[in-house]
Design a protein around this ligand. Structure first.
Ligand code: ADP
Ligand code: MG
Length: 740
């Protein structure tokens, strides 16, 4: 019988080992194991840099024993053996309980591989109960040990993502066993592609990635395997774009002297060059008979709302409806208000004395009263409402529209490819609405080509005139505790000058008090941390801070609290009071992150700023400096100088270039997170491809994918490619494209 990619591992490795692979790494076939690539390669004699280890990671390090000691436990009977291993610069403690004999084995000077979970204890990195394998140990003729020694003799030692019970060296041994009997694989990539891009064959690449003789072999194998990943994703996206083009859409050409021109005439400001340019692109897209799928990215405050409204008016002007989806109810309500505000009397459709062309904006959210909701649904279904604004739940609810021509999705970063697909399908099979997605998160080009690869993209790169610059300062309360009092003093001064202030906290508080980690509200990202998990106090909470401030430093100001757990009408009324200037200071969670627009707010204080992601901080501070007065953002944090955490904050303080920060964020979040979890043991589609460094390759793969799909949409002449696509969209892995 042949051994192929589909062969179950138990046939080659035996039931017990196969079971271990399945349960701890989720690998069950030969193909799965061969795609479990080494994370890196250790060179003979070269020790692993301990400083590069991440807390919480299951690491394999090549290190040397520095010293070993044994002592009795204080509280219980038994002994602890502590071995300190080193890379020559930093050291790592390995502890063993009740295994006194290890003291005789772990002799100073000996080198080996050590594997285990990295933890921190009193500022010292450690591996508790690691598995290890010493290289110069030939005394015990254990089979595994022997093979490790053998492997050590080869130049490059593959270091695999490992798991408890399956150390890297065991994985390497099993891979060797599998490769010995493997009959190879048919190459899914067409011959011409391999030649055109100078790629090596799949079988060769897979063998080399696991057993390279030198680094150049690793390089060529990686190049080839990255192509597989990039091309599969791009083929899926090319097919999405292709099938979107085939769908008929409601063509809505601009009407002369219609609603849009009436609106443009009464706009109180000039459009920026970017707004005009994107406006023209969008107007042209909407006039076509296949659906627009466009992403508009633009910094907070760059004026995306006007762009979206003008698109909606073009569609409404030709007798159809537009829907606008926001991620939260607060935002939906705010959008409805600001659209109505911008429209003025053009938004009074159906009322007495409304001007010609006037339309109506209807708000539809889950928490409206039954009667209100019924009316809103009726307006949508009858076509009375030209513009319907609601939360994303709106689509899931299958609201019926008389004639939906355009869907605008605001603040896209919580909205994935699949949801967009569902949206396009929602108008039924005959016509798809046009889709315009707006995001304030600047998206690096590679991410745009993958995560948003089903969309055409345009960017608004300038802010409207009259926007004020935002200054950002880190307030390092660990080193300079007195600065915090200065912060509140500054807030009081700002309020005295007639301005308003946000204070943002990572957590709501109250019943979650005492919980160790933050319950992220509204998708708060947990940023990377370089501290030990166990030593972190709970993040500061809105309820606690609001209480402390109103009892103390801010007792003289009018203070309100806003968070996601408040009932909707209360949220609304707090937000409204703040917008109306009836509150001076708003203590809030990230519910203020997106879209909230209070031009009189000039200062934002972010408590525990290190608990937020880079992009999120950037988004948050965009809430201030929206009026004519300059904005100030204060990042309060206990992060110490010199830590990566602090570096992230300093970076946010140093630039307001969102694209630069997005790049940095991608880097710091270890990019894997961007496309979904890549924890050890979880299969993930992009194992080899790096969104940071493979921009060129991704662009090439996109061009190739377009050409293949354009030439043969069903890929019938390319069975290999067709299989790659099927595998990717098949077993439930379409979430590969979802951003976290
Ligand atoms: P975004 O949604 O991109 O964060 P908004 O659309 O909310 O930004 O615009 C921010 C503010 O700038 C709003 O008050 C809006 O009315 C105003 N604005 C938009 N475009 C212009 C422009 N061309 N000139 C002056 N102000 C503008
Ligand atoms: Mg907005």
């Amino acid at each position: 019988m042949m051994t192929t990619g589909d062969t179950k591992l138990d046939r080659v490795l035996g039931a017990k080992t196969a079971k271990a692979f399945d349960s701890s790494l989720g690998l069950s076939t030969v193909g799965d194991l061969l795609r479990h690539y080494p994370r890196r390669y250790a060179e003979r004699g070269e020790l692993t840099a301990i400083a590069g280890l991440e807390i919480g990671e299951h690491a394999t390090v090549l290190a040397q024993v520095e010293r070993v000691s044994k002592r009795s436990m204080r509280s219980r009977r038994g002994t602890i053996v502590e071995a300190r291993i080193t890379d020559g610069h930093r050291s790592l403690n390995c502890t063993f309980f009740n295994q006194a004999w290890r003291e005789r084995e772990l002799l100073p000077g000996r080198k080996g591989l050590f594997a285990g979970k990295v933890t921190a204890y009193r500022n010292q990195l450690q591996l508790a109960h690691p598995e290890y394998q010493l290289f110069d140990a030939v005394t015990e003729q254990d089979e595994e040990e022997h093979s490790a020694a053998e492997q050590f003799a080869s130049a490059l030692i593959p270091v695999y993502p490992a798991a408890q019970g399956l150390p890297s060296w065991s994985i390497a041994r099993c891979v060797r066993q599998v490769l010995d009997v493997w009959d190879g694989a048919e190459d899914p990539l067409p011959r011409q592609l391999l030649e055109r891009r100078e790629l090596e064959e799949l079988e060769q690449a897979l063998r080399k990635i696991h057993q390279p003789a030198q680094f150049s072999e690793v390089e060529s194998a990686r190049q080839r395997l990255k192509w597989d990943e990039a091309l599969a994703v791009q083929l899926v996206l090319a097919r999405m774009r292709e099938s979107a083009r085939e769908h008929p859409a409601p063509a809505s050409p601009v009407r002369q002297e219609g609603l849009l021109s009436a609106f443009d005439r009464r706009l109180p400001f000039e459009l920026t060059a970017g707004q005009r340019e994107i406006g023209e692109q969008v107007a042209a897209d909407l006039a076509l008979e296949h659906p627009m799928n466009r992403l508009v990215q633009g910094e907070v405050g760059s004026g995306k709302t006007v762009v979206a409204l003008r698109a909606m008016l073009q569609v409404v002007g030709s007798g159809r409806q537009a829907a606008m989806l926001a991620p939260t109810e607060v935002l939906a309500a705010q959008h409805a208000r600001s659209l109505s505000g911008l429209l003025g009397e053009l938004g009074t459709g159906g009322e007495l004395g409304a001007p010609e062309h006037a339309t109506r904006v209807t708000l539809l959210t889950g928490s409206m009263s039954a009667a209100q909701r019924k009316q809103a649904l009726l307006d949508a279904a009858s076509g009375q409402a030209g513009i319907v604004v609601g939360t994303h739940a709106l689509i899931q609810d299958r609201v019926s529209f008389a004639d939906l021509g355009l869907v605008v999705v605001d603040e896209q970063h919580r909205f994935g490819v699949e949801q967009r697909d569902a949206l396009r399908a929602r108008a039924g099979d005959e016509v798809s609405p046009h889709v315009l997605v707006m995001t304030a998160t600047p998206i690096p080009r590679t991410v745009a080509m993958t995560v948003y690869g089903d969309l055409e993209t345009s960017a608004l790169r300038e802010l409207p005139n009259g926007r004020s610059p935002i200054a950002t300062t880190v307030v390092p309360v660990a080193e300079k505790p007195s600065w915090l009092e200065r912060v509140w003093q500054r807030v009081r001064e700002e309020v005295q000058a007639g301005h308003q202030v946000y204070v943002v906290c990572p957590r709501v508080g109250d019943d979650e008090a005492g919980k160790r980690t933050a319950e992220p509200e509204d998708g708060t990202e947990e940023p990377p941390s370089d501290e030990g998990e166990g030593q972190r106090r709970p993040p500061l909470a809105v309820l606690d801070i609001a209480e402390q401030l109103s009892a103390g430093p801010l007792s003289s100001v009018r203070l309100g609290a806003l968070h996601g757990r408040l009932p909707t009408d209360e949220k609304d009324s707090v937000m409204r009071s703040f917008a109306a200037g009836e509150l001076d200071v708003l203590v809030a969670t990230t519910v203020v992150e997106v879209g909230v627009d209070v031009p009189n707010a000039t200062v934002m204080v972010i408590m525990d700023a290190d608990r937020f992601g880079v992009s999120q901080l950037h988004q948050l501070r965009g809430r201030v400096g929206r009026g004519s007065a300059a904005g100030l953002c204060l990042l309060v944090s206990e992060a110490m100088e010199g830590t990566t955490t602090r570096e992230r904050l300093d970076a946010v303080a140093s630039t307001t270039d969102g694209f630069e920060l997005a790049r940095l964020d991608l880097q710091l979040r270890r990019e894997g997170d961007v496309l979904g979890a890549t924890q050890a043991g979880r299969k993930s589609t992009l194992r080899m491809l790096s969104l940071l460094s493979d921009e060129e390759l991704i662009a090439q793969a996109r061009a190739e994918a377009d050409a293949f799909v354009g030439d043969d949409p069903e890929l019938t002449r390319y069975p290999g490619l067709s299989r790659m696509v099927a595998e990717l969209v098949g077993d439930d892995r379409a979430d590969f494209l979802d951003k976290t």
